[in-house]
Ligand binder design. Structure first.
Ligand SMILES: [Zn+2]
Length: 298
């Protein structure tokens, strides 16, 4: 967190000391207010300490107080992207927001037991990948029989209940590309959130693909690629997001995960990585084995 940028942005008077930025204390008693600049916000982001009233606490808390709650509100509302962009990098031009677009699912039917009994190719794919019909139903997975994308699992991708994209996975394992997306959907701006995902989970794992998140349960989100976009990074900076984020990309993407974790750790605390054994991904290993791996914190 760049404290000085925030103070400037909210026009809060301050002086710079060796270890802290000093501001007028917003929590000194009302009948004995701070008439100097005696509340220190520590440059190492460890919190604040008022030298008059002796109160201490987190930066978030004191910034809320200093801005009469505006700081809190801005972080919570939908303009978070712009807010954090300004806070972390005031020189960055705010990019034009993503043009409005709409996505519709291709012709397909929900995956059910009946459907699987009719379609051997679907049934054997699910069996081979160890995906249950219950999982398909939980994630609203569909199957495209014909049309433009024949014999593909159609997996809808939502962001806050809005359909933003879908992924079509070839179930014959013979057709390329293995995965298709609607080309106009800005998928790189988003993550795949599994059903029941809680942003406040103690630790959240970032995995590459949708099947990885299914295997990990409600503690993992998928990045779809081996690099985080600016928009994805910004989602992970929201304050209501988990305190700890661990990269768990496929074993062949370990190098990329170090880069991404380094990048993210310059913006927030609590970033770590795990190294998957050669040839493995979270889907092949399973949740329990992934959770046993030692986390290296950045
Ligand atoms: Zn005080």
């Amino acid at each position: 967190m760049n404290i000085e940028n925030i103070l400037k942005r909210y026009k809060i008077p301050y002086i710079v000391n060796v270890k802290a930025f000093n501001v007028q204390c917003p929590v000194c008693p009302k009948d004995d207010p701070d008439n100097g600049l005696r509340c220190g916000l520590f440059k190492d982001n460890s919190g604040f300490n008022c030298f008059r009233c002796k109160k201490t606490g987190s930066l978030d808390f004191i910034l809320d107080k200093l801005t009469n709650g505006i700081y809190e509100k801005e972080l919570e509302n939908d303009n978070i992207t712009d807010t954090i962009k300004k806070v972390f990098n005031p020189e960055t031009e705010i990019q034009e927001s993503v043009k409005s677009y709409s996505v519709t699912l291709p012709d397909s039917v929900p995956v059910t037991k009946e459907l699987c009994s009719k379609w051997y190719i679907l049934r054997s794919f699910l069996k081979k990948r160890n995906i249950s019909i219950e999982t398909c139903q939980q994630y609203k997975v569909r199957f495209s029989i014909g049309g433009k994308y024949p014999l593909r699992l159609i997996i809808p991708i939502y962001d806050n209940d809005k359909l933003i994209c879908w992924q079509g996975k070839d179930v014959t394992d013979t057709v390329k590309p293995k995965y298709v997306f609607p080309s106009h959907a800005p998928i790189a701006n988003y993550f795949y959130f599994p059903t029941g995902f809680q942003k406040k989970n103690r630790i959240i794992y970032i995995v590459e693909g949708i099947f990885d998140t299914w295997r990990m349960g409600n503690i993992a989100i998928a990045s779809f690629s081996k690099k985080l976009s600016k928009e994805q990074q910004l989602k992970l900076l929201k304050r209501n997001f988990s305190k700890k984020i661990v990269f768990a990309w496929d074993s062949d993407a370990f190098r990329e995960s170090i880069e991404a974790a380094n990048d993210l750790s310059s913006l927030r605390d609590g970033v770590g990585i795990i190294r998957l054994p050669k040839g493995q991904d979270p889907d092949s290993m399973g949740r329990d084995e992934v959770l046993k791996l030692k986390i290296k914190w950045m």
